[in-house]
Design a binder for this molecule. Structure first.
Ligand SMILES: Nc1ncnc2c1ncn2[C@@H]1O[C@H](COP(=O)(O)OP(=O)(O)OP(=O)(O)O)[C@@H](O)[C@H]1O
Length: 530
């Protein structure tokens, strides 16, 4: 018989868990008894996405108790209950699959969730004996037959048509004469969670490989970067052109990392010990852009400082100047910029004296400069001068492989900042991977910070995501009755605590005792200090 060791992974344990038993004994290396591993706790581990964690985290030291209820409800009473409309409505509203057989193993009913999870239709199995379904290869083994044989509840892992893996828990319903009248199987899907976990693991792996690359040695100060397969070539080229003074144009949506790439180029250039200056041409009023860029002489226009002002070109002398939103630069200033680009010379506003500067220019835009040129809104000569090297930085929705590492990186950062220990469920991560992130990495960082600060429990789940994300994935996860009730309880308790301040006052408002509210808060992970 296979032995279970505490350091074995959850996934390994699932694959060798014997049929027909609810729990196994776990022994450590020296042969000492370490505890019991139940299918229920294994399933809990799978739900938390902990497939690679050692089973020692999930073993119980005391033997699990199984209680079997016996009752005096007759066969015909059950028969009419199972055939009733009410029974169908209730069972079809559950998120978990339900499969009911009679005491001989003949299929009586399957609910909609079972059809969804397994792809098996009711007409395929209704009236058929479980052994027939096993013979036909529809299911790998039958929990119902095991239960009928042993007269005990059975939990096992079943394969459907050699593909999907599900966990089936079969519970016998006894007659007053202790015969098995029915078997009620509850069914949960694990293939999806296993697939998700593997996907996350492989994404993490490729990210680690890339981030350990020599392009990012510790001393660059860029160790908190996520570089996926589609941005790796960008950083590789940035690293190469950093050594030259070639003009660089960065194109991409807001929040994709243009400013960060500009800083990276500066940090890898011979100017790295000189200044890096940044100006967003779209963020300052048009009539002030010239003065900001080139400075002005004393009293050169109304509202100007008496002593005059140094422009950003002069401030950046010797270093790198990053001009963001260059597409917003007024046409008349484009001529002046062209002069600096071509001759490294310019005049302050109100001056006739030419000043020389030595600046490495990097520009960026979220607009399509080529089409601005065609429309006559951007000078063609300047356009060709600025984009000796062009980087098209893709939006986050086109670099999906970076989303998981970014989520992890920001979770770590904000957990540290706010002294928290939050993690995300695999399902939550999957939703966020499929979200389109119009605000790109800036939006992602902002959302993670908000979730870390505002959630009350350590595990962030899809229910914690903002409504605009939840609306995109409306039907992806119907709730079980238990989950819906817990969610409602949670929000009622939080509202009452917010309104009334203390557990005593909130309990009074909700019409329950103080100890009941404290117990519920514990169960629902609600903390008063939050
Ligand atoms: N590869 C990356 N890894 C980790 N964080 C990143 C990465 N790229 C960008 N960020 C972070 O995302 C945020 C937005 O980046 P950045 O300001 O460079 O974008 P941008 O394209 O210049 O935006 P905008 O056009 O609005 O100025 C910053 O907090 C930055 O640190």
């Amino acid at each position: 018989m296979t032995s279970f060791r505490p350091d074995m992974s959850v996934e390994e344990a699932i694959s060798i868990f014997p049929i027909g038993v609810n729990e196994v004994e776990v022994f450590n290396e020296s042969g000492e008894f370490a505890g019991y591993l139940t299918l229920e706790s294994l399933f809990g581990a799978v739900q938390q996405g902990e497939l690679t964690k050692p089973i020692r985290h999930f073993i119980l030291t005391n033997a699990p108790v199984q209680s079997l209820e016996q009752h005096s409800i007759s066969y015909s009473q059950f028969q009419s209950f199972f055939q009733s409309k009410l029974c169908r409505i209730v069972l079809n509203s559950l998120y978990d699959g339900v499969y009911i057989t009679d005491g001989s193993g003949i299929t009586l009913f399957i609910n909609k969730a079972y059809e969804r999870i397994t792809g098996i239709k009711e007409e395929e199995v209704k009236g058929k004996h479980m052994s027939h379904l096993v013979e036909q290869g529809i299911i790998s083994k039958s929990a119902s037959l095991e239960t009928i044989r042993t007269k005990k509840p059975v939990t096992l892992i079943q394969t459907i048509r050699n593909e999907r893996k599900i966990i089936v828990s079969a519970t016998p319903v006894f007659s007053s004469s202790n015969e098995v009248m029915y078997v009620v199987n509850s069914v949960r899907d694990i293939t999806e969670l296993i697939r998700l976990k593997h996907e996350l693991d492989s994404q993490k792996l490729s990210y680690q490989k890339i981030s350990q690359n020599s392009l990012f040695p510790e001393q660059t100060g860029f160790q908190n970067l996520v570089i996926g397969p589609s941005t790796f070539p960008i950083f590789q080229l940035a690293n190469k052109v950093a050594k030259t003074d070639a003009k660089i144009l960065l194109q991409g949506e807001t929040g994709v990392g243009k400013s960060l790439i500009a800083k990276y180029i500066h940090s890898r250039s011979s100017r790295s010990n000189k200044i890096f200056m940044e100006l967003n041409c779209g963020a300052i009023p048009e009539h002030l852009v010239e003065a900001e860029l080139f400075g002005y002489e004393p009293g050169s226009f109304t509202g100007a400082l008496r002593e005059g002002k140094i422009g950003i070109f002069e401030k950046a002398n010797g270093g790198t100047l990053f001009l963001d939103e260059i597409g917003d630069l007024p046409l008349e200033l484009q001529v002046k910029l062209l002069k600096v680009v071509e001759e490294n010379r310019f005049m302050r506003v109100g001056s006739t004296e030419m000043r020389e500067v030595d600046v490495r220019l990097i520009t960026a835009t979220h607009r399509d400069l080529a089409s601005l040129v065609r429309e006559g809104a951007f000078r063609e000569d300047l356009y060709y001068r600025l984009n000796i090297v062009t980087f098209d930085v893709p939006p986050l929705r086109e670099r999906k492989e970076e989303i998981v590492p970014l989520l992890e990186m920001y979770l770590k950062e904000f957990n540290k900042k706010y002294n928290e220990n939050k993690k995300m469920t695999p399902e939550c991560i999957e939703w966020l991977t499929n979200y389109s992130w119009p605000g790109n990495i800036r939006e992602l960082a902002n959302l993670v910070e908000r979730l870390v600060v505002t959630t009350f429990h350590d595990t962030i789940d899809v229910g914690d995501l903002p409504p605009f994300i939840q609306q995109i994935f409306p039907a992806s996860k119907p709730k079980t009755l238990k989950e819906a009730v817990a969610e409602l309880e949670r929000s009622l308790i939080i509202d009452a605590l917010k309104k009334h301040g203390t557990t005593r006052a909130a309990a009074k408002f909700l019409g329950i005792s103080q100890s009941a509210i404290v117990q519920k808060m514990k169960k629902l992970h609600i903390r008063l200090e939050n």
